[in-house]
Each structure stands twice: as structure tokens, then as C-alpha cells.
Design a protein around this ligand. Structure first.
Ligand code: NAP
Length: 183
């Protein structure tokens, strides 16, 4: 069974982008991609349309992902012309409940991980269905005060790994389920 993992960078105060969808706070931290083996284990990706459009605007070359990628959207978005391998990128637009697409996404991973790239509410939609297995965060040493939230839900988590890389604190959490609260 593939794992469904929300893997993202985040500020110390819990934002994945500033209020204008800028990631300048992240891009100034490091030019390097993390070398943690996560990307090699990814078999499919899912993201929301704001994230997709940010990627399209900031692409510095061809589409970087070779695995099937779902974009959840109600919009008619553009498609990048080609991927790093010279082939047409496998980008699939979908809408509606994530449960309607989850089996197809998992099948497409070929038993690898499904990477929920973001945003936060999309990760929440997977959590609402009990599909989200893990959250891996790279916390940057910056606070923004406001912005796009990491995961606007109330969930109970278990810390299963922690460390750091350069300026980032890395944490891997297992999603236990909805936060059980008194009253
Ligand atoms: N720090 C990081 O590493 C990191 C990672 C990922 C993203 N980001 C950034 O964080 C911000 C996230 O933006 P965001 O919170 O607006 O989230 P988003 O998930 O990227 O986009 C949200 C939009 O996706 C569409 N959508 C979501 N679920 C859908 C569904 N089930 N069916 C159909 N459409 C659906 C809706 O737009 P429409 O219906 O209008 O299409 C919704 O408004 C972006 O700026 C992104 O670049 C940062």
C-alpha cells in the first residue's frame, strides 16, 4: 500500500506561503533540494491549482516531474509543453472529492508514495478521508505572522523522526486521526 505523504516546507509559525503566495522566504534559505531520498520514493503527485500555477510561473526550464501529477482545480489551466525527459508531462486535472480520485492516484504510484504537495486545505481533504499517512515538514527559521496555513485542521499526530539539515528543522509525523477533544 503506498503511503500518502504531505511533504512541505513551512515557516516556524506554520505558513507554507505568504499572503501573496510568495515563497521568497523559502527560496532565500538554500538553493539545494533536500537529499533525504523522499523524491526517489514518489510515484505520483497531487497539488491544488494555486500551487500548480505558482510552479508554472516560476518554472526555470521544463516541467520537473516525470511521475503522474494530479492538479485539483475547477479552472482551465495551461499545460507545460515538455518535461525534463523530453516527453509530454503527465498532468491530470481533476475536481471534486479527493475520494473520487484516490484509488486511481494510488494505482498510478506503482506502490510508491503519493506526494500531497499542497496547499494546506488539500492536505486537509486527504486527512478528512483518513487517507493522509504522514506529514514531513522542513521548518525554515522565519516567521511571517500571516500567510497560507500548513494544515487547517485539528489532527492528532505522532512524531516518528526529527532532525535538521542546514537551516531547516525536519520532522516526520504519522497522522493518527482527528484530534479527540473533551466536551
Ligand atoms: N512551502 C512549500 O513547500 C509549499 C508547498 C506547496 C504549496 N506552497 C504554496 O502554498 C500556497 C498554497 O495555496 P492554497 O492554500 O491556495 O492551496 P492550493 O491547494 O495550491 O490551491 C487551492 C485551490 O485548488 C483548487 N482545489 C483544491 N481542492 C480542490 C478539489 N477537491 N476540487 C477542485 N479544485 C480544488 C481550488 O481552486 P480552483 O477551484 O479555483 O481551481 C482551490 O482554491 C501556494 O502559494 C503554493 O505555491 C508552498
Amino acid at each position: 500500500m503506498p503511503r500518502t505523504v504531505y511533504y512541505t516546507a513551512v515557516t516556524l509559525d506554520g505558513f507554507i506561503a505568504d499572503p501573496n503566495d510568495s515563497l521568497e522566504w523559502l527560496l532565500r534559505q538554500t538553493e539545494e533540494q533536500p537529499d533525504d531520498g523522499f523524491f526517489e520514493g514518489v510515484g505520483a503527485i497531487v497539488m491544488g491549482s494555486t500551487t500548480y500555477e505558482w510552479l508554472l510561473r516560476n518554472l526555470d526550464g521544463p516541467w520537473p516531474y516525470t511521475v503522474p501529477t494530479w492538479v485539483m482545480t475547477h479552472r482551465n489551466s495551461a499545460l507545460p509543453e515538455n518535461g525534463e525527459d523530453g516527453k509530454k508531462p503527465d498532468i491530470r486535472f481533476a475536481q471534486g472529492p479527493v475520494a473520487d480520485h484516490y484509488v486511481e492516484m494510488c494505482t498510478a504510484t506503482g506502490d510508491h508514495d503519493l506526494w500531497v504537495m499542497g496547499g494546506g486545505d488539500l492536505a486537509g481533504q486527504f486527512a478528512d478521508e483518513g487517507f493522509l499517512d504522514e506529514i514531513i515538514t522542513y521548518t525554515a527559521p522565519v516567521v511571517l505572522g500571516k500567510g497560507r496555513p500548513l494544515l487547517p485542521r485539528r489532527l492528532d499526530l505522532e512524531l516518528i523522526e526529527a532532525g535538521y539539515s542546514g537551516p531547516f528543522v525536519i520532522a516526520r509525523h504519522r497522522v493518527i486521526g482527528p484530534l479527540l477533544e473533551d466536551g
